[in-house]
Design a protein around this ligand. Structure first.
Ligand code: PMP
Ligand code: GLU
Length: 395
């Protein structure tokens, strides 16, 4: 790393999801037939009604800077969506639209974390949480969960991790990478703990809310006891297959939303105008319109679980949402396969890429070093071929 780079950047890890995707791309450009199951990116086309809205926005000459925190009509669509899908009441001054949920998370960290503040992360957590927190001088505090508990933290674990430095709890449900979904009882347990800590905030990342195979997504912000301390994060990358359009948003107490708006005003001036117009249409539609994608993801989940459960040494939980499986592969640690010793999850992920030409992501990136993450946002043919290659290699 170059000596003149800031220490902040020297200490920043590269996003492992994006790094693996880049590696797969590079191997493909060398003519290798790599199956990419590393990136969490829906492989569907954007629904036509959203494409139409974007084309109309161009024709209607939406060219200018938008309000920093998003078009008023988009905020209205978000307010309606929060009420309709999540039983959350927000007003326009409590909504901020950003360049992806990733920037929304970055804004939140910028406005709430002081150096030395601790942020509790149930493990496994999404790859960028810990580095965004560290970039702001915060200290990620991991809560280890187990496959037996479907990788979910309990109220008791949360309580035991809280001290006077705790500022926030960040988690996603449905979870990337484990696919776990917190039910009402489990969320209530968390709320019951947090009720008595009036200075601890919750970041609830609900970007996979619609990709939920059991149905009944519940927002932790809908519990009155902590609504005033909850920031609900969402976006259109996953539900509407709009990853490249880069629109995410939050609902938050007004003072937090205003602060995020201030940060954004100095950093991006707001999200892309055409994408915002398209998202108004997307959010105003009934979520039924995207059910065909969810049905397909569910059938792929069943397929990949069946195939993986047939490989000795792969132990999987049953993910109830998102589009990842997170098998524990620690059975292979210390073993030699085709003359190569597998010592950890990173070795396994590299081994699979180089020898089976299947791209996955090491669990280390998500705070769990016994697992690897496999995205099933790919066709059934690709999933079947990838797992068959893995099985052959590990036999
Ligand atoms: N949160 C989670 C849990 C995610 O998986 C992702 C993946 N992209 C994001 C946030 C960021 O989404 P966006 O594309 O809206 O930045
Ligand atoms: N969220 C996706 C993933 O976890 C996309 C990659 C990223 O944004 O880092 O793979």
């Amino acid at each position: 790393m170059h000596q003149y780079l800031s220490n902040r950047v020297k200490n920043l890890a590269t996003s492992q999801t994006l790094a693996m995707a880049a590696k797969a791309r590079e191997l493909r450009s060398q003519g290798k037939d790599v199956i990419g199951l590393s990136l969490g990116e829906p492989d569907f086309n954007i629904p036509d009604f959203i494409k139409e809205a974007a084309k109309n926005a161009i024709d209607e000459n939406y060219n200018s800077y938008t309000p920093v925190d998003g078009y008023g009509e988009l905020k209205e669509a978000i307010i309606t969506k929060f009420k309709r899908d999540n039983n959350l009441e927000y007003s326009a001054s409590e909504i901020v639209v950003s360049t992806g949920a990733k920037q929304a998370l970055y804004n939140i960290a910028s406005v709430l974390i002081n150096p030395g503040d601790e942020v509790i992360l149930p493990c496994p957590y999404w790859v960028s949480y810990s580095d965004i927190i560290k970039l702001k001088g915060g200290i990620p505090v991991e809560i280890k969960t187990s496959i037996e508990n479907n990788f979910k933290m309990t109220g008791e674990q949360l309580k035991n991790s809280i001290n006077e430095k705790t500022k926030m709890v960040w988690f996603s449900s449905p979870c990337n990478p484990s696919g776990s979904v917190y039910n009402e009882k489990e969320l209530k347990e968390i709320v019951d703990v947090l009720k008595s800590y009036k200075n601890i905030f919750v970041v609830s990342d609900e970007i996979y809310e619609h990709i939920n195979y059991k149905g009944g997504h519940l927002s932790i912000g809908s519990f009155d006891a902590i609504k005033e301390r909850t920031i609900t994060v969402n976006g259109v990358s996953k539900a509407f297959a709009m990853t490249g359009w880069r629109i995410g948003y939050i609902g938050a107490p007004e003072w937090i939303a205003r602060a995020c708006n201030k940060v954004q005003g100095q950093v991006t001036s707001g999200a892309n105008c055409i994408a915002q117009r398209a998202v108004i249409t997307a959010l105003n539609e009934n979520p039924d319109k995207i059910e065909y994608m969810v049905d397909e993801f569910k059938s792929r989940r069943d397929l990949i679980l069946n195939l993986l459960n047939d490989i000795e040494g792969f132990e999987c939980n049953v993910p109830d949402g998102a589009f990842y499986v997170f098998p524990d592969i620690s059975y292979f640690f210390g073993k030699e396969i085709s003359g190569i010793k597998i010592n950890n999850a990173s070795d396994m992920s590299m081994f699979l890429l180089e020898n089976a030409l299947v791209a996955t992501v090491t669990g280390d990136a998500f705070g769990n070093s016994n697992c690897i993450r496999i995205s099933y946002a790919a066709s059934k043919e690709k999933i079947t071929e990838a797992v068959s290659r893995i099985k052959k290699l590990l036999k």
